[in-house]
Design a binder for this molecule. Sequence first.
Ligand SMILES: Nc1nc2c(ncn2[C@@H]2O[C@H](COP(=O)(O)OP(=O)(O)OP(=O)(O)O)[C@@H](O)[C@H]2O)c(=O)[nH]1
Ligand SMILES: [K+]
Ligand SMILES: [Mg+2]
Length: 428
Amino acid sequence: MKTIFALASAQGRAGVSVIRISGPEAFQVAQNMAGDLPPPRSSGLRVLHDGQGAPIDQALVLTFEGPNSFTGEDVVEFQVHGSIAVVRAVLSELSLDPAARLAEAGEFTRRALENGRLDLPKVEGLADLIDAETEAQRKQALRVLSGDLGRKVEGWRKDLIRAAALIEATIDFVDEDVPVDVTPEVETLLAGVQDALDKEIKGTLVAERIRSGFEVAIVGPPNAGKSTLLNALAGRDAAITSEIAGTTRDIIEVQMDLGGLPVTLLDTAGLRDGQDAIELIGVERAISRAKSADLRVFLVTSAEELPVLPEPDDIVLRPKADQLSDKGGAVSGKTGEGVSELISRIQAIFQDRAQVVGVATHDRHRIAMERARDDLSAAAERLSYGPEFYDISAEELRSAIRSLESLVGRIDVENLLDEIFSSFCVGK
Ligand SMILES: Nc1nc2c(ncn2[C@@H]2O[C@H](COP(=O)(O)OP(=O)(O)OP(=O)(O)O)[C@@H](O)[C@H]2O)c(=O)[nH]1
Ligand SMILES: [K+]
Ligand SMILES: [Mg+2]
């Protein structure tokens, strides 16, 4: 394994930049620049030199001896002044060392995985944590990174292995006429895992929203004040507003952090018939995006104006509250009346939906769990056909176990790695 190095902190000017070196020759490579290293798991101030002995910068040097490091290999970190020139000089000096090369994107994490320092969900959690922009995203990523999913999968796996063993034991006794009915215990084990899988599968769909954002579409007739409301919610002039009906045509998207939850607000074209061809395309898009959004805010003066049937959580408000004497259920983007109530309402709806998120958070998790669940129901059904089907039932259980193992990366990992690591940047 070649020793690798990279800038581990963000590119550009900063107070401090961190350069990480990992691999069997990390200590030697670091010594060539820093002289004597501090003992493992401690830090020391050193002057980094180039090959001619000229100083580059003063650095705080941290040493970690494998396997007790992020990658599981010997690791040295240089904390240097966060200057573009300093970082460039240190990296180019390191690249002159024949014992080391620049790391590829995600290569540190990949080594951590290969050395058993992280399992696959933890790698995904780490990627999510690095990408996290809101509180909900940070918490969700941390749950994955903490290894909860790996522990849960281990529990399910144990239950299924026990169930398979019970079935197989019965198969051995079938000829000997020993009446051991293990099916009640097997059924209980299978039902327990199936239940848990169902819950987690449901949660992954919402978890995906926490990562990418919940969509909220604002819909209503032309000139209802949709764009004005969007601007008020976003706190900036994201959409053009005017007294001309049919101002908005394309869908305008604004990303917001709503009480820690990522939300994408959609402003849509006013819904009406028989205008020019371009406006009609806008109306079609408005309707289809409104339907697929997670929530709709209708700005309408009467029920007849509703373009689609509201779903249970949807919010129906009357526009231009400032012009109404009865302001109940009305909002005004212009004066701000009712806007903070609307924000709280949207926030409460999504916080409520976010409750169902368990420890599985990725599409990859969902797909593996769905496969396991399908195998489990097949196994359970077969079991009920009687002893002649125990063989095939046990085989289906083993297939379910394999699906769960792929979830934590025990098997079938190689083809997944490239996909997962492609989202990492160099130095992670
Ligand atoms: N009095 C009052 N006027 C408003 C309010 N909201 C919007 N308006 C005015 O109503 C007109 C239309 O506002 P827009 O925000 O462009 O309406 P829209 O629903 O986006 O219109 P389209 O994009 O054409 O469908 C503008 O002249 C706004 O200034 C409000 O709350 N109160
Ligand atoms: K308008
Ligand atoms: Mg508009």
